[in-house]
Design a protein around this ligand. Structure first.
Ligand code: FAD
Length: 302
């Protein structure tokens, strides 16, 4: 019984000041060490005895992880950047608007004040709100470990249900979101049993870039809550890439997205309802993203 109790005891909450101290603590505190960002997932999991960390290493005092900046062709979002910061940032009012829309639906203001985008990714829930948008935008993630950093497409980060490409000794330091030079629009739509404080029955993120002739030069579609992982609907994207979109091609893309989904029955909805909703939500997200891209194309021609 004592051993059992000890296994459940949290011994240390470390607050490193920089990345090298963070990595050092991560590797020296030993097994049962977990990273703590906002704690909105981890705190709940600890209270429910789903995880039993002996040591927590907090990210919040590492200044570098708070970076949020536009470099030449990408926005870099550090691991300590919260949903609320994204909502308030002017960087997410143009082509990257969908990320703001997704962040704005996460829990309550209190959840968003401390919860981070990177925590949303690393928790790897297939029902999370920001991954479909970040997948649609072609985001990449940077992982730092004792041997250095590696960057991989977010689509390769989610491996299987709640399993990611993150190694035990690694930390995700940032997510990079490309900003297209072409007129671009994005959108996020979420269907839930109610509007706030509820994970989705299905959600879709879309991003569309247009050439001067109105043809789609780049497209991304991400799906949430309808497969074991947040997934990119590549067949649906292929229906539209290089074309001037019509009602028929948008419908074909929506059909391809629902065909690619692998939903399950649960207490929120049946698999068949989810599949039908992927169709509806994909069309809705694509139409919104397309309208926004078309507006941006109009502005770029003025
Ligand atoms: C009331 C409530 C409502 C919610 N509603 C929603 C919702 O509508 N939509 C939604 O998507 N989510 C929702 N959530 C879930 C949660 O708020 C989000 O997933 C949030 O983004 C998690 O971020 P965090 O910073 O709190 O992560 P934490 O809880 O600190 O960490 C989550 C996991 O990621 C790991 N981790 C964190 N940062 C890193 C890193 N840099 N590198 C490696 N691993 C890391 C942690 O070790 C932990 O395993 C809700 C939660 C609550 C409590």
């Amino acid at each position: 019984v004592n051993q059992q109790r000890e296994r459940h005891t949290l011994q240390t909450v470390a607050e490193p000041q920089d990345l090298s101290e963070l990595l050092h603590l991560r590797s020296t505190l030993g097994p049962n060490t977990m990273l703590l960002a906002g704690g909105t997932d981890l705190g709940v999991q600890m209270r429910r005895h789903l995880v039993h960390p002996r040591h927590l290493v907090s990210l919040t005092r590492v200044a570098e992880l708070h970076r949020l900046e536009l470099l030449r062709s990408e926005v870099v979002i550090g691991a300590a950047v919260t949903h609320r910061t994204i909502e308030d940032s002017p960087l997410f009012r143009g082509p990257l608007l969908a990320l703001r829309e997704a962040c704005a639906t996460v829990g309550s203001v209190q959840t968003r004040n401390v919860g981070t985008i990177v925590g949303n990714l690393c928790n790897a829930s297939p029902a999370a709100d920001t991954p479909p948008v970040l997948l649609a935008m072609g985001a990449r993630v940077t992982l730092l470990g004792p041997l250095g950093t590696r960057t991989l497409p977010l689509s390769e980060f989610f491996v299987e249900y709640r399993k990611t490409a993150l190694a035990d000794d690694e930390v995700m330091t940032a997510v990079q979101v490309p900003v297209s030079g072409s007129p671009t629009g994005s959108a996020f739509v979420k269907l839930g049993r109610r509007l706030a404080m509820e994970i989705s029955i299905a959600c879709v993120g879309a991003s569309i870039s247009l050439g001067a002739d109105g043809a789609i030069t780049d497209i991304g579609i991400g799906l949430g809550s309808v497969a074991p992982i947040s997934m990119r609907a590549t067949d649906a994207e292929d229906e539209l890439r290089g074309t001037r979109p019509t009602v028929e091609t948008l419908q074909r893309a929506a059909d391809a997205a629902s065909a690619a989904a692998r939903p399950v029955d649960d207490h929120r909805a049946s698999a068949s309802y989810r599949r039908a909703m992927v169709n509806v939500l994909t069309k809705r997200a694509l139409n919104r993203a397309l309208n926004r891209a078309t507006d941006a194309l109009g502005v770029s021609h003025e």
